[in-house]
Write a protein that binds this ligand. Structure first.
Ligand code: OOG
Ligand code: MG
Length: 263
């Protein structure tokens, strides 16, 4: 930690304004080159508290940068986490206005819904499987608030890991019947295949990404409550979208989920 409380509050306000009005800002480390990952999470926590004070409800958490294709695409080698709120949720088959965002990209992910609370620095993928109610296909819409979608780990954590919107759909499935490592996914935009992958891209097992997330939550003094939504991270590289695009993520065994982008 290197930043003062005052600096953390200022940075959280800067990020919140950019997220709310959909405009881009400089990377946080440009003004604070000594900023640490812990400082990034302090900014993210201040952002979360501010949204909660405005009536936004935290619905769950997401893991990010958990696959090699994503790490390569963003040039960041470590995973991050971020919070999800009710205001980010978009109905399956719904529409998202691009004007509200800076430069949105779509990601194909496996979503977990928890039946039991998970917490602690020793959380394992086995613990995650035991605490999971069911899994579903998801499209996460990420939107870095940083110019050119370029960032470092410290800055992206302060920007809530680029969280913007999410869509959950398909068929709820129990984990007992599935091997998430071999679940294939296909990301299509306007009927054209943009990316293909399998669950094992995500830290070798998407349940491992959720365990990683719980261990980071423990460091933040938080847990993953029963009933939470937990996104395990993009399986493939993210794909940029424009108004008029129709996006569908299809999964072996889990069905598909879709969303449209408008002006
Ligand atoms: C950071 C968020 C990454 C994922 O699923 O990997 C993420 C970013 O790439 O902007 O959500
Ligand atoms: Mg994601």
């Amino acid at each position: 930690m290197s930043l003062s409380e005052h600096d953390i509050t200022r940075l959280a306000e800067r990020v919140e304004t950019a997220q709310t009005y959909g405009h881009s800002i400089r990377k946080l480390t440009e003004d604070f080159p000594d900023m640490t990952v812990a400082d990034g999470y302090r900014v993210q926590t201040a952002l979360r508290r501010s949204f909660e004070a405005r009536g936004h409800r935290v619905t769950g958490w997401k893991a990010g940068l958990t696959s090699k294709p994503k790490m390569r695409q963003m040039g960041v080698e470590q995973p991050s986490i971020g919070f999800l709120t009710d205001r980010m949720a978009v109905a399956e088959g719904g529409a998202i206005s691009v004007a509200e965002l800076v430069h949105p990209r779509v990601e194909s992910e496996i979503a977990f819904v928890m039946k039991d609370r998970l917490a602690g620095a020793a959380c394992t993928a086995e613990d995650v499987r035991a605490a999971t109610d069911f899994v579903l296909p998801a499209i996460e819409i990420i939107d870095s608030r940083f110019t050119g979608f370029k960032f470092d780990l410290e800055s992206v954590i302060g920007d809530n890991s680029s969280s913007a919107r999410y869509v959950i759909g398909g068929r709820p499935r129990r984990l007992e019947d599935l091997d998430l490592r071999t679940i294939g996914t296909m990301l299509e935009v306007n009927g054209e295949i943009k990316a293909l992958g399998a669950g094992a891209e995500v830290l070798n097992d998407p349940a491992e990404a959720i365990a990683m997330m719980v261990r980071v939550l423990d460091e933040l003094g938080e847990d993953l409550p029963a009933g939470s939504l937990a996104l395990s991270g993009a399986i493939t590289a993210a794909y940029a979208v424009v108004p008029g695009d129709f996006v569908r993520a299809s999964f072996h065994e889990l069905g598909s989920v879709s969303v449209t982008f408008t002006e």
